[in-house]
Write a protein that binds this ligand. Structure first.
Ligand code: 13P
Ligand code: SF4
Length: 322
């Protein structure tokens, strides 16, 4: 886990104006800033964002923005990706401690040793990894293009897939390709209770189960539809069904309810009676911290140039193959 440097006045409430929405809008204009937000952000942040999307959509936006400042309302690896694509722009993350359990499950030194055991393999890494892991990879993928990217690799080319074993297994099943998997996972997507999902399905027999491919196989086997956050949202809007059980971080339900207010969305319950289906990293960002980050122009993402240049290539490959 990286350590954060927080500006001294970061949490001083006396610096927070009453009307955060209009204050943020003013700062955005002043700085020529854009706010890119992931669907797992709290509702207020989604509502102030210029663009909300899944990891692929967010990287595409980051690659094409003409803004001078990118405020990334998401987690560290997402803001890092934006910085890799935009070395000359100021990239802000409202809370530098917003990490990712999946990215943390793949430390660069251990991964380099692992990779050395398979010199013939190419490395396809899920975007949920550090810049150092990206620098050790040949192609990056997201949950929305992983299958498509693996399908473009010649049959005789062996593949290492990192860091998410659940997405890796799902891609193997979809493509029929054997891949060497790094044994990483996301704490949020491994929290869902199969038993409670089955009980919910008994209570709501018409409900369709929509699941993210970071979920474990025993959850995915109950799913009516599997996809990235954007794909799940699009499916929920277009489906003739009116009830859905959502097996991913429940932040996405805010957009689902906005886009399809007549439909009913039930978050898939976690194993324990906790809020463990909410990503603790994503939820570190708040509207107050978004305001302070723009006002103070910190916390800023910086990446050593030697790593950035190496990490850029596999991201560019992904954008070209998507
Ligand atoms: P997508 O939004 O790309 O589906 O990714 C989900 C996720 O876990 C992001 O951390
Ligand atoms: Fe990482 Fe999981 Fe949180 Fe996504 S939901 S940021 S994969 S810990």
């Amino acid at each position: 886990m990286f350590t954060a440097t927080i500006a001294p006045n970061q949490f001083s409430l006396s610096h927070i104006p009453d009307d955060l929405f209009s204050s943020i809008e003013l700062l955005k204009k002043e700085l020529n800033a854009v706010i890119l937000a992931h669907y797992y952000q709290e509702a207020d942040i989604q509502d102030i964002a210029d663009y909300i999307g899944d990891s692929l959509g967010l990287s595409q936006q980051a690659a094409s923005t003409s803004a001078d400042v990118i405020l990334f309302a998401g987690v560290h690896f997402m803001a890092e990706t934006a910085k890799i694509l935009n070395p000359d722009k100021l990239v802000l993350l409202p809370d530098l401690n917003a990490g990712c359990s999946l990215a943390d499950s793949c430390p660069a030194d251990k991964f380099a040793q692992f990779k050395a055991q398979y010199p013939q393999h190419i490395v396809i890494s899920y975007i949920n990894c550090s810049a150092e892991i990206k620098a050790l990879s040949d192609i990056i993928c997201t949950s929305s293009n992983a299958v498509k990217i693996v399908q473009q690799i010649p049959e005789n080319q062996p593949i290492i897939f990192a860091p998410d074993r659940n997405l890796g297994r799902y891609v193997m099943e979809q493509t029929g390709r054997d891949m060497i998997l790094w044994n990483g996972s996301c704490i949020v997507h491994e929290t869902f209770s199969e038993k409670k999902i089955i009980q919910l399905k008994v209570q709501h027999p018409q409900a369709e189960i929509l699941a993210h491919p970071e979920c474990e196989t025993h959850i995915l086997r109950h799913a009516d539809y599997i996809g990235s956050t954007t794909a799940l949202l699009k499916y929920a809007i277009k489906s003739a069904n009116r009830e859905f059980i959502i097996a991913t971080e429940p932040g996405i339900i805010h957009q689902m309810e906005k886009e399809a207010p007549e439909k009913f969305f039930i978050p898939a319950p976690p194993e324990n009676n906790c809020a463990c289906n909410e990503c603790p990293h994503m939820r570190l960002n708040t509207l107050e911290k978004v305001y302070l980050a723009l006002k103070n122009r910190t916390p800023e993402i910086n990446i050593p140039e030697s790593i950035r240049v190496k990490a850029l290539k596999p991201i560019q490959k992904m954008l070209a193959m998507s």
